[in-house]
Write a protein that binds this ligand. Structure first.
Ligand code: GTP
Ligand code: MG
Length: 207
């Protein structure tokens, strides 16, 4: 345990899906609401502790803007792991993620461990509904005190779930078929972020 295993990991995905934000949550446990786009790529490191070993991630956070696409092979070449990120509120970003996965499966290290991350899940997670049990109480049709408007409001018909453009089971099915780890994440709340890097670490072979 005197020497940490180094693991080169690359993040890929459409611009503004939150790659840098996921890395900043993992490395510094911080979130920035208006993060500037990455130019070229950024390099960061972070340790990841498993029960039986410690890995040191060497993270290449690439720029998602199309003009930087041709740089990507420099960063995924020799990478042992990749996190391909999309935004659960943007269906087109999952299509972009799928094209990155294809490129990795064709051109990167054949043993690369790939995780798919559906980020910004905080935007589609309904706030806890305090009155849920009230709505589910025994029906008394002749004694209703709530107006139809109140009923529909408490059912959350205009809730944030309506922002979701990528159903979780659809992304999960794609990930399973393509042989990827899959997580929904929020760089804002931290949900799922440590889990991605921990589950990837468990799949990195011990040398
Ligand atoms: P490029 O570097 O241009 O490829 O973008 P990126 O994928 O690194 O995205 P970045 O991390 O810069 O985030 C883009 C915007 O989305 C920023 O304003 C972030 O604050 C915001 N953002 C990132 N992750 C989340 C999240 O999980 N939830 C919410 N609500 N906003 C997020
Ligand atoms: Mg970035």
């Amino acid at each position: 345990a005197d020497k940490h295993v180094q693991v080169k990991l690359v993040l890929l995905g459409e611009a503004a899906v939150g790659k840098s934000s996921v890395v900043m949550r993992f490395v510094n446990n911080e979130f920035q609401a208006n993060k500037e786009p990455t130019i070229g790529a950024a390099f960061l490191t972070q340790k990841c502790r498993l029960e039986d070993r410690v890995l040191r991630y060497e993270i290449w956070d690439t720029a998602g803007q199309e003009r930087f696409h041709s740089l990507a092979p420099m960063y995924y070449r020799n990478a042992q792991a990749a996190v391909v990120v999309y935004d659960v509120t943007k269906a087109a970003s999952l299509e972009k993620a799928k094209s990155w996965v294809k490129e990795l499966q064709r051109q990167a290290n054949p043993n690369i461990v790939i995780a798919l991350a559906g980020n910004k899940v905080d935007l589609v997670t309904p706030a806890p509904a305090a009155e849920t049990s009230f709505a589910e109480s025994e029906d008394e049709p002749d004694d209703a005190t709530a107006t139809p408007g109140e009923i529909s409001a408490s059912a959350g018909s205009h809730g944030p779930e309506s922002l979701r453009q990528v159903p979780k089971d659809e992304a999960q099915a794609y990930a399973t078929e393509a042989g990827l780890l899959f997580f929904e994440t929020s760089a804002k709340t931290g949900e799922g972020v440590v889990e991605i890097f921990t589950e990837i670490a468990k799949k990195i072979p011990i040398e």
